[in-house]
Design a binder for this molecule. Structure first.
Ligand SMILES: [Zn+2]
Length: 233
């Protein structure tokens, strides 16, 4: 079945200026609720945070596209398509965590690793990859992998900046570090891509903090500043 083209793809199609551009991916949405705690679903928190990060970035003159701008279900394939088709400098997916015992807390940021380049990833992007005129299919796959490798260093840089920003505002004890994982949403990424878990929404204390507008503003500022610093380096 052909996937509908999200409206923002159409809106961005005609722009050719050199403004830095970021894709923000609010985790979950629609029937995909995500984790639950503090009276909200993860999908609500991630959208609120993404809107705050987007506003902050736009104030700095950075162009922002969202994989979803409202409460809708996005398949993994749709997220990957957006990620690959919008020419952007960075991709940041925003999530909140949960733990079986509701006792864990803190924040962590994931970067794409080479382990993400696997058969499934190739199959997934086989019809969504960047067209490469005059390059045969096998060579195109190799080029994709080379680009992904280069993106990984920048993604690691960005992840470290986000962690530092969150640590400065949320405290050292919550720092769970930068992690490398072939997180599913990052499969197919051809730009530096990270996934930030801002905190544990089901922790009795941290969950309440995450829905506090003042804390949300802090989280958004930390993420936006890290992105802005990364783009200006
Ligand atoms: Zn999530």
């Amino acid at each position: 079945m052909k996937l509908a083209t999200p409206l923002f793809l159409v809106l961005l199609a005609g722009t050719a200026d050199a403004k830095p551009r970021v894709v923000l991916d609010p985790g979950h949405g629609g029937s995909n609720l995500g984790a639950r705690g503090a009276g909200v679903h993860e999908k609500q928190l991630t959208l609120e945070l993404a809107h705050r990060v987007a506003a902050n970035l736009r104030e700095r003159g950075i162009e922002v596209a969202l994989t979803r701008d409202d409460d809708r279900t996005l398949t993994l394939r749709q997220r990957v398509e957006v990620e690959n088709r919008i020419p952007a400098d960075l991709f940041v997916s925003i999530h909140a965590n949960a733990s079986p015992t509701r006792t864990q807390r803190g924040f962590e940021t994931y970067v794409l690793t080479a382990r993400g380049i696997d058969v499934d990833g190739r199959a997934l992007r086989s019809d969504a990859t960047t067209p490469r005129p005059n390059v045969d299919a096998d060579t195109a796959l190799v080029l994709d992998d080379v680009e992904r490798g280069a993106s990984q260093w920048e993604a690691a840089d960005l992840a470290a900046r986000i962690q530092r920003g969150l640590r400065d505002r949320r405290g050292h004890e919550g720092d769970r570090g930068v992690r490398q994982d072939a997180h599913h949403v990052l499969l197919g990424a051809t730009m530096p891509a990270v996934l930030v878990e801002v905190g544990f929404i089901d922790h009795p204390i941290e969950g309440r903090e995450l829905v506090d507008p003042a804390v949300q503003a802090e989280l958004a500022a930390a993420i936006a500043t890290a992105i802005s610093d990364q783009l200006s380096d």
